[in-house]
Write a new protein. Structure first.
Length: 460
C-alpha cells in the first residue's frame, strides 16, 4: 500500500466509482466519488486531501518508530487496536509492560479501515522491510527514575536503539551485550559503562552524547552500565560485595575500575600512578606509592573525591584490603591467624584445590590439618568480583615465595610429626651444627641428620 519512496501520491480512476488515495508517511486516506460530481467539486475534494496529507507529513511517525518495518518473532501477546488508533497504542503498551522489548503494529488492510493489530515481543529481533507494519523498540526502562541513557547498535546514533532509566548489571538478557556503538545521555546525568557484567572490568564514565565508541575502545564491548547520580555511583561494586573503585579523574570521573582484593602491582592493570579519586564500600584499604606495598602507605576507610589535596594524586602503585575483612561477608574470615604467612605463596606440590565460599584461609588451614597427606597450603585471594577464592593443598612443604595474592602455611597436625620424632622433647646437648630452614617442617631437620654421618640426634 505504501509507495517505496514515501511522500504524497494521489491516484484517480478514469471512470466509475473512484477511490482517491493519499500516501503520506504511512497514512492512507480514502475518498470515494460517484458519477455526476463536477470537476470543481473533485478539485475541492483533492485539495482537502492534500491539506490533511500536509498535516500528516508534518506530524509523521516518531523517531522511535520504524516505518514500513516488521520485527518478526518473539511475540508473546497480541491485541486489536480500535479504529482511530495507530501505532502509538502499541508503543505505549510495550513501554508499560516489563516483559516487552519490542513491538510491531500491523496496519489495517481493509476499506473502510477498521483499526490494526499490535504484537508485543520479549526479544529484539532484526528489522525486516515490510510496508505492512510500523515497529519499534521499548523506549522507557523500568524502576530507575530519571530520563535515562539511550543506546544505539551503530555509530552516529544509528541502528536499533533502546532507552534505559535503571542500572543494568548484565546486558545479556536485555539483548544488548557487546552490541552498543553509540549512546545519548540527557543533560545532568552521568553514566558508567563497563566491559564486564556487574560493573567490573574496564569502565568509562560519561555525561554527554558519544557518537562513536571506537575512540574509547568500547565499541561492541559494553556488558553492564549504571547511572552515576551527579557523578556519584548509586550502588556499590555489586550486590553484597565490598571493594574499592578507583577513578582516573577527581570527583569520581573518567575511567574507573573496581578491585576486590590486593593488587601488588598496578602497572599490568593499567592503573599505576593514574588514580585521582576512589570509592570504598566496606572495610578499609591500604594504598602505597610503590609496588608490593612498599614506600609511603596510608589506610583509608572512606571515599576520597580528590587525592590532590592529600598529596596522593597519580601516586598509587599498589593497594590491598586491610583489617581482616573479606568482601561481602562482614566477618573477619580473611584474617591472618597464627602460623599463617600473609603475602607468601608455596608454589608447587599441589594435589588438591577447591573454591572457598566462606571462611577464608582458616578453612584452607583446617582442611590441611585434617588431611594426613597435606604438608602445606596456599589460599589465593580473588583479584576480581565473581571469582571465588581458592585453596591449594600440597603434599610437600615447598619453599616460600613472596606473592601478595596469597596467604599460606604448613600443617600443624600431629600427622606431620613422623614416627621417629619425639614431640615436645628437646635434645639440645652436644650440638655441633645449627642452621635455619627455608620452611617450617621438622622433616627437613630429620632429613639433614639422616644425611650426615656425624649426626646422632637432632632438635627442631
Amino acid at each position: 500500500m505504501v509507495p517505496p519512496n514515501p511522500g504524497l501520491r494521489v491516484s484517480v480512476a478514469p471512470s466509475g466509482p473512484v477511490l482517491y488515495r493519499c500516501f503520506a508517511k504511512g497514512l492512507t486516506l480514502f475518498i470515494s466519488r460517484h458519477e455526476g460530481v463536477t470537476p470543481m467539486r473533485r478539485i475541492m475534494t483533492l485539495w482537502a486531501v492534500l491539506m490533511i496529507a500536509v498535516v500528516s507529513l508534518g506530524t509523521g511517525i516518531a523517531r522511535a518508530a520504524e516505518e514500513d518495518t516488521d520485527r518478526p518473532g518473539g511475540d508473546y501477546r497480541e491485541f486489536s487496536v480500535p479504529f482511530g488508533g495507530d501505532y502509538r497504542s502499541c508503543e505505549s503498551a510495550c513501554n508499560s509492560d516489563g516483559r516487552c522489548r519490542a513491538w510491531t503494529y500491523l496496519r489495517s488492510d481493509t476499506f473502510p479501515p477498521t483499526g490494526g493489530q499490535c504484537y508485543l515481543k520479549d526479544r529484539v529481533s532484526p528489522p525486516t522491510p515490510n510496508d505492512c507494519c510500523v515497529s519499534g523498540l521499548k523506549t522507557i526502562g523500568g524502576g530507575g527514575g530519571g530520563r535515562g541513557v539511550t543506546v544505539f547498535q551503530d555509530v552516529n546514533f544509528g541502528g536499533d536503539r533502546e532507552t534505559f532509566n535503571r542500572d543494568v548489571p548484565n546486558l545479556v538478557p536485555e539483548g544488548w551485550n557487546d552490541q552498543i556503538s553509540s549512546f545519548r545521555i540527557p543533560s545532568g546525568e552521568t553514566w558508567q559503562f563497563c566491559e564486564s557484567i556487574n560493573y567490573t572490568g574496564r569502565c568509562v564514565s560519561a555525561n554527554s552524547d558519544t557518537a562513536n565508541l571506537f575512540g574509547a575502545g568500547l565499541n561492541d564491548r559494553i556488558s553492564s552500565m549504571r547511572r552515576l547520580s551527579g557523578g556519584r555511583p548509586g550502588p556499590g561494586p555489586g550486590p553484597g560485595r565490598a571493594g574499592i573503585t578507583v577513578f582516573e579523574d577527581v570527583g569520581y570521573r573518567g575511567n574507573s575500575q573496581t578491585f576486590a582484593a590486593a593488587i601488588s602491582n598496578l602497572v599490568p592493570e593499567g592503573w599505576n600512578d593514574v588514580i585521582s579519586s576512589f570509592r570504598i564500600r566496606g572495610g578499609s584499604w591500604e594504598v602505597c606509592q610503590d609496588t608490593n606495598f612498599r614506600g609511603r602507605c596510608r589506610i583509608f576507610n572512606a571515599d576520597v573525591d580528590n587525592l590532590v589535596s592529600l598529596g596522593w594524586n597519580d601516586r598509587i602503585s599498589s593497594l590491598r584490603p586491610v583489617g581482616g575483612s573479606r568482601p561481602g561477608d562482614g566477618e573477619d574470615d580473611w584474617s591472618v591467624g597464627p602460623g599463617m604467612r600473609d603475602g607468601f605463596d608455596r608454589p608447587g606440590g599441589d594435589y588438591r584445590d577447591f573454591d572457598v565460599s566462606r571462611g577464608g584461609p582458616a578453612v584452607c588451614a583446617d582442611t590441611c590439618n585434617r588431611d594426613s597427606a597435606c604438608r602445606a597450603w596456599s589460599f589465593m585471594r580473588p583479584a576480581r568480583f565473581g571469582v571465588a577464592p581458592k585453596c591449594y593443598l600440597k603434599g610437600v612443604a615447598t619453599a616460600e615465595r613472596r606473592d601478595a595474592r596469597f596467604i599460606s602455611g604448613v600443617s600443624t597436625s600431629r600427622e606431620a610429626i613422623g614416627p621417629r620424632m619425639d614431640d615436645g622433647a628437646d635434645r639440645s646437648d652436644n650440638s655441633y651444627r645449627t642452621f635455619n630452614l627455608t620452611e617450617a617442617n621438622p622433616r627437613r631437620c630429620q632429613e639433614a641428620c639422616d644425611g650426615d654421618r656425624r649426626c646422632r640426634a637432632w632438635t627442631y
